[in-house]
Design a protein around this ligand. Structure first.
Ligand SMILES: [Zn+2]
Ligand SMILES: [Zn+2]
Length: 142
C-alpha cells in the first residue's frame, strides 16, 4: 500500500466522528446531480458495492424527493434507461456501427467514417468502387 493510501485510511478513521456533510440542493441542482449519478450507474462496469450501495441509494432518495409531479417523475425515471444519452454512430447505408465495423474490402481493413453517418465501405460503393461484402479482385480500390 502506498503512503498516500495509508494516510487516506488513517484520516478517514480519525475523522469518523466529524459532523456529517449536510446538503441543501435546489430542484435544479438535485435533478442535475441525479442525472449525473444515473449516467455513472448506467455504466455496465459500474457494478461494485459502492455503486450499488451508497450511490444508488442516494440517487433513489433524490429521485423520490424530485418526483413531485408526473412529468418530473417521468423525467427522473427516464434517466435509468440503458443507453440514454449515448449516441451510437451508425452508417446510414449499411447500418454498421463503431464497435461492429463492416469489412471495407477496398482496403482489406474494417471500415471507418467517410462522413458523419456514412462508412468508408459504403462511400466507396456509392462512388462506384467496391462496397461492403464484395471482394477486392481487380485492384479497383483507391
Ligand atoms: Zn456503411
Ligand atoms: Zn461500414
Amino acid at each position: 500500500m502506498i503512503a498516500l493510501e495509508r494516510q487516506f485510511l488513517d484520516d478517514m478513521k480519525r475523522l469518523r466522528s466529524r459532523e456529517p456533510l449536510a446538503l441543501v440542493l435546489t430542484m435544479g441542482e438535485a435533478f442535475t446531480l441525479l442525472a449525473n449519478l444515473q449516467l455513472a450507474l448506467r455504466h455496465p462496469a459500474n457494478r461494485g458495492p459502492s455503486a450499488r450501495g451508497i450511490a444508488l441509494e442516494f440517487a433513489l432518495r433524490v429521485q423520490r424527493y424530485l418526483a413531485a409531479t408526473p412529468a418530473i417523475a417521468a423525467a427522473c425515471q427516464a434517466g435509468w434507461e440503458p443507453g440514454r444519452g449515448v449516441q451510437v454512430r451508425r452508417c446510414r447505408a449499411c447500418g454498421c456501427v463503431e464497435d461492429a465495423a463492416c469489412p471495407d474490402d477496398g482496403t482489406g481493413r474494417p471500415c471507418s467514417w467517410a462522413e458523419p453517418d456514412l462508412c468508408t465501405a459504403c462511400a466507396r460503393r456509392a462512388a462506384g468502387g467496391i462496397g461492403p461484402g464484395e471482394k477486392a479482385s481487380d485492384g479497383a480500390a483507391q
